[in-house]
Design a binder for this molecule. Structure first.
Ligand code: ZN
Length: 492
């Protein structure tokens, strides 16, 4: 579910936090009515009227600020999936980042059972599929002695924006199935004792699903300047950014304007729509970003060339990735210089920002094959520090299985690389790129335009790979990000 917040000038949100898990503030625009606004937030007009003490639903005025009560996070113990035509148990498991086994067990199914379109399946909470890894590339190669620890997943949470000068709002982690206090502590770089004490837990082994734990030291987004009048909504999603994942910033202005900005040392690429009234920023948070609070600096230039500065602070937290220790013989070790050179090449190519978007809202899976390694797993080779990570998602497909374009785009690299083997890189526009590695053969050439689902190659084991599989990466403005977020979520 979308985590969203919108804030407007000087609205004290904190007093409301006791009764709802999150809020947005909506500034009524010309032409809007309560019904249309309610629709926008998945609410009934009556609910919206009640939350704002409005007795006559026709009596709202332009500029009026409405409190939008956002629904609480759905029960984290699981959800349902309605089978669509063409889906298989394996593809559903993959798309939900769960093991096939877990899906079968929860639904009391066996592999030979037929499923039909429209059938409801229970989806267990996401667990990493890494433990089922078998065919992997050299950087996960010969992982005989691999030990995987620290299984954590992104925490769903919602909270209101703290206003300047207000008491700090409290960051809460919603406990999910399988969470332990020590895992949560690791995730937020806390000690178990500190967490237990902050939450008055007498028995740290007793957690219940859905319980909200206060995490000391985590700061919610915070405006450190005034919002100019021209800004009608400002959204940051999610409320703290995670290393290796994509964050979104959206600003709506009441008149055409030009937005620019910086975050984490990156010059932000701004997507301007609606005649310069809607400004979207997609931010890839680099892996190994320090867990800290960073300034977000935006500049808005209106039609009269007046420049407004908007500053805020945003916290970056750990992505909660698994750790993997790998023991391999020295001659199998890939020289870091070789790996780094390849990454530098790809980062350079994917820093270009094409103004035309070719993807519509999310990415398709690149192969009809089970996923067997997730993004972000931190790796230590022969006892080295955990300073390498899995930059993509792996799909275990038989040699010759089709590799499919995840979205429309243009091929900007089709080449044989040392580590990634036969590699295709597709530019989808607006800074979004997908990469397909270890292919047996590539069926497209540099400069080709491709369509979503087009067969662009076949699965193989070229480059530093120990078995046939597709290694699939997503790059956003020169930063490697978690591809599965782009399959599950819609952007911008
Ligand atoms: Zn891989």
């Amino acid at each position: 579910m979308l985590v969203m917040l919108i804030l407007a000038n000087s609205i004290p949100l904190l007093a409301q936090e006791q009764t709802h898990s999150s809020f947005a503030v909506h500034v009524v625009q010309r032409g809007e009515n309560l019904f249309r606004i309610a629709l926008q937030y998945n609410l009934l007009a009556d609910e919206l009227a009640e939350a704002n003490g409005i007795s006559d639903v026709d009596a709202i005025s332009i500029g009026q600020r409405l409190i939008i009560p956002l629904a609480a996070e759905s029960a984290p113990s699981g959800r349902t999936h309605i089978v669509a035509a063409g889906e298989t148990l394996a593809s559903i498991a993959t798309a939900n980042e769960i093991t096939l086994d877990a899906l079968l067990r929860l639904n009391n199914l066996s592999l030979s059972d037929a499923i039909f379109a429209g059938q409801q399946l229970l989806i267990p909470p996401s667990v990493s599929a890494s433990t089922t890894a078998n065919a992997t590339e050299a950087t996960d190669s010969d992982a005989n002695d691999e030990a995987i620890t620290q299984p954590t997943a992104p925490a769903p949470f919602r909270h209101a924006f703290a206003r300047v000068g207000a008491a700090p709002a409290v960051f809460a982690h919603a406990v999910k199935s399988g969470d332990t206090l020590s895992q949560i502590a690791l995730r937020y770089q806390q000690t178990v004792e500190a967490l237990a004490s902050a939450n008055n837990l007498t028995d740290p082994s007793l957690l219940r699903i859905g319980q909200r734990l206060t995490i000391p030291g985590i700061q919610l987004p915070r405006l450190t300047s005034d919002l100019p009048e021209i800004v009608s909504a400002f959204t940051i999603d999610p409320l703290v950014f995670e290393e290796g994942r994509t964050g979104r910033i959206e600003l709506l202005t009441s008149e055409p304007a030009v937005l620019s900005g910086q975050f984490l040392g990156q010059e932000l690429r701004v997507i301007a729509r609606d005649g310069g009234r809607r400004h979207n920023i997609l931010v890839g948070i680099p892996m190994f970003s320090d867990m800290a609070v960073y300034p977000l600096m935006l500049e808005l230039r209106d039609g009269t060339d007046t420049v407004f500065s908007i500053t805020a602070t945003l916290q970056v937290v750990s992505g909660g990735y698994w750790r993997q220790t790998i023991t391999i013989s020295d001659d199998e070790l890939v020289a870091p210089a070789v790996e780094d050179a390849e990454i530098t090449l790809l980062a350079g190519l994917t820093k270009d920002f094409s103004e035309t978007r070719h993807w519509s809202s999310s990415l398709d899976l690149p192969a009809a094959a089970p996923m067997n390694a997730v993004f972000g797993t931190l790796r230590s080779y022969n006892g080295s520090p955990f300073d390498r990570y899995h930059r993509g998602v792996d799909f275990a497909g038989a040699p010759g299985t089709s590799v499919l374009a995840a979205a429309d785009g243009a091929v900007i690299l089709a080449d044989r690389l040392i580590i990634r083997g036969n590699t295709t890189l597709i530019d989808h526009g607006w800074g979004v790129y997908t990469l397909y590695a270890h292919q047996n053969e590539t069926l497209v050439q540099l400069g080709d335009a491709v369509k979503t689902g087009q067969v662009i190659g076949t699965i193989g084991s070229t480059g530093r790979s120990t078995g046939p599989h597709l290694h699939w990466e997503v790059w956003l403005n020169g930063v490697n990000v978690d591809p599965m977020q782009w399959v599950r979520q819609t952007f911008p």
